[in-house]
Ligand binder design. Structure first.
Ligand code: SIN
Length: 280
């Protein structure tokens, strides 16, 4: 079967058909998919029913599993997180603020893979920002302020005990807060993709809490300007789900945000990650 690839505007995100992800994928096919993933950053594959074991096998084809802290995984499938929201839940959807998955880790995941199990009839999209174009289109004065600089990442705003307690509302996911969330990690603001060599603007409003060597107010102001630039509609791809669709994205160049808009309906997704390298 030939792969059929339909890219979206600016070659950011592409639909892929002509492959059955539940099958044993040949090395050649995995390399083709990897090249497409690097090129389009977000790939989605409609109509891919998968068991837990098949989702794990697909993930492992791209590397070792990433480590998922703070959120309890499925029983018996410790690398699969269930992102679940029931019809009567009032808490904001998991992952609704813009972020790159686990960017506070020493080696944040290269890929996130999300498989749709139950999709609401309205809302529940996932939005993605193209970090390569964010850097390419960054005004020169902002670029000059970040070149060679590192930002500070931390999970404290989401997963410290204090943050989880302040959130307060019932969620059907089990969040496991920890004092580890107060740790910080420095990463370059301009990140070079380890495979393609392309450079991306690589900060996010959830986990990036400051800029190394800058006073708090100064770095907060600069980060706000950078986020305003990154989150402009021209850089965003709005992804709509269908049941059994699998989507994988490149955390080394992409931010994402889970949208709400489906109060009264259930949404269930299964998520895995592939381990990544130290950002440079
Ligand atoms: C996530 O942040 O990984 C969740 C995305 C989604 O549920 O759409």
């Amino acid at each position: 079967m030939e792969l059929s690839v339909s890219p979206h505007a600016n070659d950011f995100a592409a639909q892929v058909r002509g492959v059955q992800l539940s099958a044993d994928l040949s090395g050649d096919l995995v390399e083709q998919l990897r090249a497409l993933w690097h090129r389009y950053q977000v790939l989605y594959f409609p109509e891919q029913p998968l068991t837990h074991t098949q989702l794990e096998a697909f993930t492992r084809a791209f590397g070792a599993f990433g480590h998922n802290p703070y959120v309890r995984a499925l029983n018996d499938h410790r690398h699969i997180l269930e992102i679940r929201r029931e019809p009567d839940e009032e808490v904001v959807p998991f992952g609704s603020s813009w972020h790159s998955d686990w960017s506070f880790q020493v080696r944040p995941p290269s890929a996130t893979i999300l498989h749709a199990k139950v999709v609401p009839p309205i809302g529940g999209d996932t939005h993605f920002v193209d970090g390569f174009r964010a850097l390419e289109t960054l005004p020169k004065d902002l670029l000059q302020q970040i070149e060679g600089r590192r930002s500070i990442h931390s999970a404290r705003k989401s997963y410290s005990r204090e943050a989880v307690q302040a959130g307060g509302q019932r969620t059907s996911m089990t969040i496991e807060p920890s004092n580890d969330a107060w740790q910080t990690q420095l990463h370059p603001i301009i990140r070079t993709h380890p495979d393609s060599g392309r450079q991306a603007l690589w900060i996010n409003p959830v986990y990036t809490i400051g800029i190394e060597g800058m006073r708090e107010a100064e770095s907060a102001e600069l980060l706000t300007q950078l986020f305003d630039h990154m989150l402009q509609p021209a850089l965003i791809y709005q992804h709509q789900w269908a049941e059994n669709m699998l989507t994988m994205w490149d955390n080394r160049s992409v931010l994402h945000s889970a949208q709400g808009g489906y109060a009264g309906y259930q949404r269930i997704m299964h998520r895995t990650t592939v381990t990544g390298s130290i950002p440079v």
